[in-house]
Ligand binder design. Structure first.
Ligand SMILES: Nc1nc2c(ncn2[C@@H]2O[C@H](COP(=O)(O)OP(=O)(O)OP(=O)(O)O)[C@@H](O)[C@H]2O)c(=O)[nH]1
Ligand SMILES: [Mg+2]
Length: 277
């Protein structure tokens, strides 16, 4: 049996972001249950599938499915509303899409941990969470870090559909990473996600001497996708915060604010400090 991934989420009526869990060929059911609980920060006792059936055998777990992790309570849809501990917090979920080695995980780490790791550490797809403050309100930000080392299906699985906005990341030093965007955009269309806030981002602008994608080409592409545009360097921490703030504020306004949705192309006017490096 080969390893595969499933999505897991807490067993609540309020929809929460799903996390990826790798199922190893040799792990038994108890280990899977423990790993699921650890990942969600709870003590896992029961696994339910989407229709509320209890899964208690490793062989009944299917690749790519979503399982609900319970601490002993009934499947969420069978609970009475009053029995539920509904905690409404504001959440925003951003997916990062991009070709292999463009810096998706480095970008996630830079934003979540304010750190940069220079080693190439191909990571599996995963969800990262950080509490931020917008307009004096606490907001839970989820970042879905996809990985091109996984099957393409993992990146566009159920889990990835939780994105409410997406960063499409390429490297200014890698032509393939730029050209793959049409393909990614088509995939976004298949999950009905082209009408959400998008931002096209050219990373590694500290490597000016190895640039193969002109800034104008990035801007043009962003315009054609009706998306925002930034050039950044995760390594040198250039424009990373600005880019996230731009996307987060747009998402927040659409989801929680009264502001009408506007085209995003004005962000192209943002100066990229990379050019003067
Ligand atoms: N010079 C430079 N290198 C960077 C920058 N951002 C990331 N890198 C390097 O690029 C390599 C790939 O970064 P990752 O974050 O692992 O790439 P990824 O997109 O997550 O790759 P996969 O998970 O394999 O799809 C690493 O060696 C990073 O250190 C940057 O802004 N400048
Ligand atoms: Mg990665």
């Amino acid at each position: 049996m080969e390893e595969f991934y499933i999505s897991i989420t807490r067993n609540t009526r309020v929809r929460e972001v799903r996390k990826q869990l790798k199922i190893n060929p040799n792990s038994d059911f108890k280990e899977i249950l423990q790993a699921a609980g650890k990942k969600l920060g709870i003590e896992a006792k029961i696994l339910y599938n989407r229709s509320g059936a209890i899964i208690n055998n490793r062989n009944d777990i299917k690749s790519e499915e979503t399982l609900y992790v319970s601490q002993g309570e009934e499947f969420w849809s069978r609970q009475s509303k009053s029995a539920q501990n509904i905690k409404e917090s504001r959440t925003l979920t951003i997916g990062i899409i991009g070709h292999r080695a463009v810096g998706k995980s480095a970008l996630t780490t830079r934003y979540i941990e304010k750190a940069y790791r220079d080693n190439f550490d191909p990571r599996i797809a995963d969800t990262f969470t950080k509490e931020i403050e917008i307009k004096n309100k606490k907001v839970i930000l989820n970042i879905l870090d996809s990985s091109m080392l996984d099957e393409i299906m993992v990146s566009f699985s159920d889990w990835f559909e939780d994105g409410e906005g997406y960063i499409m990341l390429y490297s200014i030093t890698d032509k393939d990473s730029f050209e793959s965007f049409n393909y990614f955009y088509e995939h976004l269309a298949t999950i009905n996600k082209t009408d959400v806030p998008l931002v096209i981002v050219g990373n590694k602008c500290d490597m000016e001497e190895q640039r193969v994608i002109k800034k104008e080409d990035g801007m043009m592409l962003a315009k054609s996708f009706n998306a925002g545009f930034f050039e950044i360097s995760v390594k040198k921490d250039i424009n990373v915060t600005e880019m996230f703030e731009h996307l987060i504020n747009r998402l927040y306004d659409i989801k929680y604010g009264a502001m009408r949705r506007e085209n995003d192309v004005e962000s192209t006017e943002l100066k990229c400090k990379c050019n003067i490096l």
